[in-house]
Design a binder for this molecule. Sequence first.
Ligand SMILES: Cc1cc2nc3c(=O)[nH]c(=O)nc-3n(C[C@H](O)[C@H](O)[C@H](O)COP(=O)(O)O)c2cc1C
Length: 317
Amino acid sequence: MNWKTRITDLLKIEYPIIQGGLAHLAYSNLAAAVSNAGGLGQITAMSIKDPEELRGEIQRVKKLTEKPFGVNFAIGQHGRPFQEHVQVAIEEEVPVVSVTGGNPTPLFEQLRDVDIKKLVLVAAKRQAIKAEQLGADAVMVVGQEGGGHLGKDDIGTFVLIPQVVNAVSIPVIASGGIGDGRGLMAALSLGAEGIEMGTRFIATKECVHASDSYKQALIQGNENDTVIIKRSLGAPARAISNNWTEQILDLEKNGTGYEEMKEYISGEANQRYIEGKLEEGFGWAGQIMGLIQDIPSVDELFKRMILEGETIRQKWS
Ligand SMILES: Cc1cc2nc3c(=O)[nH]c(=O)nc-3n(C[C@H](O)[C@H](O)[C@H](O)COP(=O)(O)O)c2cc1C
């Protein structure tokens, strides 16, 4: 069956499936596995401090796959200058860059004279329109079911996607709450031309940086087992609920500011969870964790999703 859309054409991939940026989790193994399976894998640049380390990681992806891949920049989150990282991506001729969390203008300026496709992850219709005006090649639009950082408006993927599709002319990639072939087909029905998944990719064999306990927490949890933290800081983000996130919510209820809260919401606290210390930090995940029941290889996951999608198409016809 033909999975061609403007996204598969733009990114030169076989299936319209993109692995989202995953802080401290998306390195060469996962990115290459997703690209080899026919989607677009990505390295998350902002969890790699040293630009030369990023270069090493990009070169490892190139050794593992000949297919296109991307580098993700979450520019708003760490306040770290990213120009040197972007320069490395340019020098290494990465095919795709994705950006989220802030104004993409400086990054787009840096990419002006090179042939790198530019994706912007947004969480609201007005942001998608802005991204198109600024020169994005496509927008990824995340609904409030998603894992990690979200929009402030609490709009779900099903409501958001068709409205963004109506509002922009560049292709739209649906994100947030997608974990199988049914979600893929639903997104395409809404007018999206591709999907992006985050949480589902954590529970795969090639996401080697996630501890087995993190993956088991995804399997054991259901759709009610996530919470939104950092809303009081104006940066809502969805994590697996545990005692640590309860403490964060208590601090937020008490009107605690960033300074007093920062050790609870730090990258280190996230890293501890990722390494398996599940009560000593927090781990991002979306509500779709309720659907996750196993830890397949990325290739198995793709084959399954594509078969589910094809079965649905046959039923419809
Ligand atoms: C553990 C985790 C870390 C994430 N880190 C990033 C990141 O660094 N950059 C980014 O653009 N998005 C990040 N996201 C968002 C994902 O790329 C994606 O938009 C989101 O997970 C989609 O929703 P889903 O989890 O329901 O699939 C993260 C999500 C998760 C679950």
